[in-house]
Structures are given as C-alpha cells and as structure tokens.
Write a protein that binds this ligand. Structure first.
Ligand code: HPA
Ligand code: ZN
Length: 365
C-alpha cells in the first residue's frame, strides 16, 4: 500500500497485464508443494555425480528461497533460479494450479481485468513436458477465472534466446501445426532471455513465419540491450509491442521512433530495479515516456521472484513519480488499446476505466 492520496483510485483502477511470465508466478511455497507432490528433490541434484557441487542452501525451505530471491545480481542470476524451478511443473493440473493461483490473487488484490500471459515452451519441451500440458492447464484455469471474476486471460509463448534459432523455429512450427493458433488457444509470439550477443537479426526468420501466419508479435528488448536493439527488434520483427524497452529512453531518436510507430512498451519497473538495471524506481523512464507520449502498460514480469505483484507495482510507481489521476487514466487507456483482444472486449474495458475515473472525480478528489 502506498501513502499517496491516490491510493484508493489505484486499487479501484482496472488493470491490464501484458508482461507476466506464467513460470515467474511460481512462488517458493507452491514450488515446494509441487516438488513434494511430484517427488522432485530440492535442492536439485548436481549435474555431475562424480564431482558434485555443494547443494545450494537457498533450497532448504520456502523461506530461504524467498530470501535468496531478494538479492539477484543480474538477469542471468535470476534466470538460473527461474529455470531450475521449472522442474516441479509436470502435469496439466500443475499448470492449472499455477495459473489459478496467480490470476485469482491478481483479480482480488489488484482488480486485474485482462491478462496476456507468457510461457516458455522450450523450457518445458526440453524436459519432456509437452506444450499441450501447459495450454490445457492454463485454459482450464482461465475458464474458471472468467466465470468467477469476469477476468479474461490469453496465452502467448515466448521463445528463448538461450536456445538456438533452429530450435525456436521448430518450436513455432510445432505450435502452428498443432492448431494452437488456429483454435485461438495461443494468440501471439514473444522472445525472452538474455539480449547479450543475440542480435535481433538472428531471430528474423522466426518472426517472418509468425507474421506469415498472422500471429501477434512482441519481444523482450531494451532490458539489457541498448536503444538501438529496441529499434532493430521493432524493424526486423514488425513488432506491435516491445517488452521492457526501457533502454530506448537513452536515445531521443528511438523514443521518437516508438511514438511515431505507436508501439506499446510493456514496462516492468519493479523487475528492472530487482535485476539491477536501475538503482531505484525513480530512475526508470516512466515520467519521461509519459511526457513524450510513449504508450506503455505497467506489469509485474516475474512477481514471485521480484516481490512486486501488480498492485505493488502501481503503488511503487505512484510513490516514485506522484502521477495525477489524469496520467493514470492515460496509462489505463493505453494499456487497453495495446491489448490483443476484440474491439468489443476493449470497449467493455474502456467503460470500466471511465466508470472508475468518473466515480473518483465525482467524489471531488
Ligand atoms: N527478461 C528476460 N527473460 C525473462 C524475463 C525477463 O524479464 N523474465 C522471464 N524470462
Ligand atoms: Zn519478461
């Protein structure tokens, strides 16, 4: 909870999330529960039995793991723990529990109304877990969430830059030929993992294939990479959105390019601070982007790892920047406009924004 007079507005404001990794919502306590259910040893055993690494003490308990999650030194330090945790996710029921626990929490605590959730298909197929297990579990939970909260949720695979381009291409081909896109079970394509030494041009054939099939496209860019990386990703992949994109702020010319193209950035300021991209939230370019007319939404990224669930992100931004009610309205409207949902659903979501803001103004606040 923030101390701002706008706090009641911030809790009531309908939220739209476009950058949350399903696997990044796996809390230490659910991780330990699923490990016990699926008979998976924690800490994970050493890759080399002949010269075993000492066991990582972070895996002693949910509390020690939570404590370790407060001190990531970089994106790669975080990704090490993030990928290790995938091992406990095996069955459709596991993915259903994970999805239900995040979305129900976000609906109650943040008034989340529409979520476009990422998952990492290669992180599962490489362990022998089929993509259909993720999709089936997610859709089962999403149907319950829609019935209980009226919250709509869709699923988008994020290919991993840590795997080869060939692997990514064959993963996308498999998802297309399995009919996941035709049936509306998946709606877009993303790309995540480290940007270092992975220039956008490498991944162009993958995004060309997605474009050919009319698949929505986004990619993580400008989290670690420079502004030029963001511009190249937008141009090479024909992106509608950019995930993070914060380093674009370092080049005025790239900021202008994003405004001109109407590209929406899915900002995750709490994640950026947790991964040491910025020393404090006030240094992230929220104010700069608002003033320059760059469209963005605010997101949690990997909330179980960064200690910032969606409502916390909104409160942290308000505490750092002291935005006005009108600026929050702009953020909410841009987030709806940048969503990958039907025009009818957008109209409903915009109505909800309007009602909350009207109520706030009528109270004279
Ligand atoms: N950046 C890159 N890869 C990721 C992230 C991120 O923020 N979260 C999960 N995978
Ligand atoms: Zn991300």
């Amino acid at each position: 909870m923030c101390k701002s007079p706008l706090h009641p507005l911030l809790t009531a404001l309908p939220k739209y999330e476009h950058h949350v990794h399903l696997e990044g919502t796996l809390s230490p306590s659910l991780l330990f529960t699923l490990a016990a259910k699926n008979n998976i040893s924690l800490p994970p055993s050493s890759p080399s039995p002949s010269s075993p690494d000492p066991p990582d003490p972070a895996f002693l308990s949910p509390a020690t793991l939570s404590a370790r999650y407060t001190s990531f030194s970089s994106l790669s330090d975080f990704l090490h723990y993030y990928y290790l945790a995938f091992r406990v996710l095996l069955t459709p029921a596991d993915f259903e529990s994970l999805t239900y626990s995040y979305l129900s929490h976000a609906a109650r605590s943040a008034n989340l109304r529409h979520a476009e959730v990422f998952f990492d298909p290669q992180g599962h197929t490489s362990r022998g877990v089929p993509i259909s297990h993720v999709v089936d579990g997610f859709l089962a939970a999403a149907a319950r969430i829609k019935a209980e909260f009226g919250l709509t949720a869709t699923l988008t695979p994020c290919l991993l830059r840590d795997f080869s381009v060939e692997d990514g291409l064959s993963c996308l081909k498999e998802m297309i030929s399995s009919g996941f896109y035709r049936d509306g079970k998946l709606i877009g394509l993303g790309l995540c993992g480290t940007e270092i030494s992975k220039p956008p041009a490498m991944w162009k054939p993958i995004f060309d294939l997605a474009k050919h099939h009319g698949i929505h496209r986004t990619a993580h860019a400008g989290e670690e990479g420079p502004a030029a990386y963001v511009r190249a990703a937008v141009e090479e992949f024909g992106l509608e959105r950019v995930d993070h994109g914060v380093r674009a702020a370092e080049e005025e010319e790239v900021v202008g390019f994003l405004v001109e193209r109407g590209v929406m950035l899915t900002m995750c300021p709490v994640s950026n601070v947790a991964l040491k991209g910025f020393a404090s939230l006030g240094e992230t370019p929220v104010r700069r982007f608002l003033d320059r007319g760059v469209r963005f939404s605010l997101n949690s990224d990997d909330p179980a790892y960064f200690g910032g669930y969606l409502q916390d992100v909104y409160c942290a931004v308000e505490e750092a920047f002291g935005l006005s009610a009108g600026e929050w309205e702009t953020i909410a409207r841009n987030a709806v406009e940048g969503s990958w949902c039907s025009q009818e659903r957008k109209a409903e979501l915009l109505d909800e924004v309007e009602k909350v803001l009207r109520g706030w103004t009528e109270k004279g606040e």
